[in-house]
Design a protein around this ligand. Structure first.
Ligand code: ADP
Ligand code: MG
Length: 701
């Protein structure tokens, strides 16, 4: 929804011109006058409130003082001059400093005059001061209401050097709002606006920039946040509906011998209630006649693989084949071993296909898939990248979906006339708000319960000088017959340095745990796949007791006898990574331990990450903390989701609005899936406009 005026290139706005327009484009992605208006203030200053000089202790924000000039001097050589004006209020003194325009400022300043001073404090030569503040003589009349709340905009050094600091940007915005051509068309239908008592779009845009009152500001924020989240949800709801319409699904109506035999004669334990619930949810999808597209979330060890296996057996009972993709060869092999193990005695033919499958074998597997004698195929993405054809592929299970690109997934469904059902498994818990935005068009199931008898992992934070104690602990555990992981960080930008770090660590470990009494494995990303697999296998077979590794072991590896996870430089890992790593232990019946090593010097975020790990084992709680600490931008998977582009809503803070937006959007699509009703015309138009802006919505499907 826009107008020719709002679509005018920014350089034609009075006061901009080509050079500044260039900078606005490059620095703030502002191309049109309309874009300028969607750069909302990031905070507001209440001009009726004054700061006490004595209270200045951080350099983070703009403040306003009311103080008298007590001293003025210029300092430095003619080429490097600065003007310093000392001001005083009842609490103390501070310097105002100018490096430019000194002559002009000097003329303007009146000694002993009281000013309203506005600026951002900083430290210079060990003292607090305010560089290039804005001064005004206090007005005798109270400020008009409309000028009390002052918007502060993001700017950059380059923009500032061209006069576009937050004030400069504010002036441009104001000139647009005051322009007679300025009209902001409505983007929501009247019934929604009335029902939710939202303020109109034009009102909201005026008040978000120049609030007439705190109440109007709050209403504008709600309105614009709602609008932003609503359109994301509307699009997701529409996509989901479209997918259900377009993709007819295979109907799996039968539960037959495979499932029954497995369930009654092979399963040695009772399913958890969560597993039962999730299987019911999956079964409902499989019977519906629509294609299933379901995300299965569950903490490490919650029993997702088992759910996947049972789903594959349902496919087999309905005379379809299934396949399962894992992100790495090690994991594919592990799934293969687990699954063939669990299916022993059942007449199921399972094969594994990876990049290293030899061509004779490969040909055989392909033949088997085409004539239907191979029932289940497990592998890496070699599955989709190569010329693999199934007779009747009915189900695809994707493990750890973050590592699979959407494009890769799309290839899967291109292969078949009727799209196979898709079950995506992830052990990376996603906070609810984020899941709603990221996977709004996917149905989600959550296994929120661990199999019984699992001992929760004991986690400790240990400082590096106490490394000796940790070695003793490892020795004890190895003596008891347990195995141990020791993980070193790997940062992509400096792989060589990290490798050295790892190798030094390895040498230390070898010294502490020398052969022949001990055997130590090492695995890292620079090794050849074959070597890696070999080392991994030695550890899995309990031929080595200690595994020194980088995060390559992060995902999925299952060695139940390993009960100690030591993480070196724990401060260098993200929370979800720490949680994934910890999930490598605690898979057997023994009490397991996670030891987080760090130096004494920790940033407050690192401290928070480590203390969260020590406090809880709950993956969802950890994910929430992670989201709060980092914001959504850094979380895996969010880059492609479009939530990076949120201009005003905050996925963490605006959960309530998000839920509301989601339910309203769902309702609308349920009643008018293609937005064809006249009332919804405005919604269809707006979605179309968003498409034109080529935002990457809906990449996740
Ligand atoms: P995930 O894939 O979620 O990490 P897995 O499916 O690998 O978890 O299960 C972890 C371990 O727990 C496996 O050894 C599995 O056999 C076992 N397990 C799964 N479900 C149950 C259950 N209901 N009761 C007991 N053990 C279970
Ligand atoms: Mg697993």
């Amino acid at each position: 929804m826009t107008t020719p005026f709002l679509e005018t290139p920014i350089e034609y706005l009075k006061g901009v011109g080509p050079p500044r327009a260039d900078l606005l484009r490059k620095e703030l992605n502002i191309h049109t006058i309309g874009d300028l208006l969607t750069c909302f203030p990031f905070r507001y200053l209440d001009r009726s409130k004054f700061y006490q000089i004595a209270d200045i202790k951080d350099d983070l924000s703009y403040i306003q003082l009311r103080a008298k000039i007590v001293h003025i001097q210029t300092i430095g050589t003619p080429h490097h001059q600065r003007l310093v004006a000392t001001v005083r209020d009842s609490s103390g003194e501070i310097d105002l400093v100018w490096f430019q325009g000194i002559k002009w400022v000097l003329d303007m300043l009146t000694p002993q005059q009281e000013y309203v001073i506005f600026g951002k404090p900083g430290i210079f030569n060990g003292r607090w001061n305010i560089p290039h503040p804005e001064l005004e003589i206090p007005s005798l009349q109270p400020l008009p209401l409309s000028e009390i709340i002052r918007p502060i905009y993001n700017s950059t050094e380059k923009l500032k050097s061209k006069g576009l600091d937050f004030k400069g940007i504010g002036k441009l915005v104001k000139s647009v709002l005051l322009n007679e051509k300025f009209v902001m068309p409505e983007s929501l239908p009247p019934d929604i606006i009335q029902r939710l008592r939202l303020i109109g779009r034009q009102q909201a845009f005026i008040n978000i920039h120049y609030p007439q009152s705190p109440e109007l500001l709050a209403k504008s924020q709600t309105r614009l946040k709602f609008e932003e989240l609503f359109y994301i949800q509307l699009r997701l709801a529409k996509q989901r509906y479209g997918r259900l319409q377009k993709h007819e699904g295979h109907k799996f109506l039968k539960i037959g011998d495979f499932v029954n035999q497995f369930y009654h004669h092979h399963l040695t334990f009772e399913l958890t209630n969560a597993q039962k619930r999730v299987i019911r949810e999956i079964r409902a999808d499989l019977r519906s006649g629509n294609q299933m597209n379901r995300l299965l979330q569950g903490d490490v060890g919650s029993g997702k693989t088992l759910v996947a296996l049972m789903t594959m057996l349902i496919a087999l009972d309905n005379h379809f084949q299934g396949c399962m993709m894992a992100p790495t060869e090690i994991l594919a092999r592990q799934h293969f071993n687990t699954i063939t193990g669990m299916l022993t005695g059942l007449n199921v033919v399972v094969k594994i296909l990876t990049g290293s499958t030899r061509s004779a074998e490969r040909r055989q597997i392909q033949d088997g898939l085409q004539d239907g004698t191979v029932h289940l195929l497990i592998g890496t993405h070699a599955l989709i990248e190569e010329n693999v054809k199934f007779k009747q592929l009915g189900l695809v299970v994707i493990d750890e979906q973050h590592r699979f690109g959407v494009a890769q997934r799309a290839k899967l469904w291109e292969k078949n006339v009727v799209t196979p059902h898709i079950l995506v498994m992830t052990a990376t818990p996603i906070p609810r708000t984020l899941a709603m935005t990221l996977y709004g068009d996917l149905d989600t199931s959550v296994i929120d319960e661990m199999p019984p008898g699992r001992k929760s992992i004991v986690t400790r934070h240990v400082y590096e000088p106490e490394q000796g104690k940790v070695f003793n602990f490892i020795r004890d555990k190895v003596l008891e017959g347990r195995q141990v992981y020791i993980v070193f960080p790997l940062i992509q930008e400096s792989e060589t340095l990290d490798l050295k770090n790892l190798e030094d660590g390895y040498q230390t470990i070898i010294r502490e745990f020398p052969p022949p009494q001990y055997a130590v494995s090492m695995v890292h990303g620079k090794m050849k796949q074959k070597e890696k697999d070999g080392e991994m296998k030695r550890f899995v077979d309990n031929k080595t007791q200690i595994m020194v590794a980088t995060t390559v072991i992060e995902v999925g590896v299952d060695v139940p006898n390993a009960s100690v996870m030591v993480i070196e430089n724990a401060e260098r890992f993200g929370l979800s990574q720490l949680h994934q790593l910890r999930g490598r232990v605690g898979r057997g019946s023994d009490q397991s331990y996670c030891i987080l090593m760090s130096s004494y010097e920790l940033s407050s975020d690192a401290r928070k990450r480590i203390s969260t790990m020590v406090r809880t084992n709950d993956g969802f709680e950890i994910a929430e903390t992670d989201l709060q600490l980092r914001g959504p931008g850094d979380l895996q998977g969010t880059q492609q989701s479009g939530i990076m582009d949120l201009r005003i809503a905050d996925i963490v803070k605006d959960e309530k609005i998000l839920k509301y937006a989601r339910s309203v959007a769902g309702e609308i699509i349920a009643n008018d899936p293609s937005l064809a009703k006249e009332n919804n015309d405005i919604l269809a138009q707006h979605l179309l406009n968003m498409d034109k802006k080529q935002q990457n919505w809906g990449l996740i499907s």
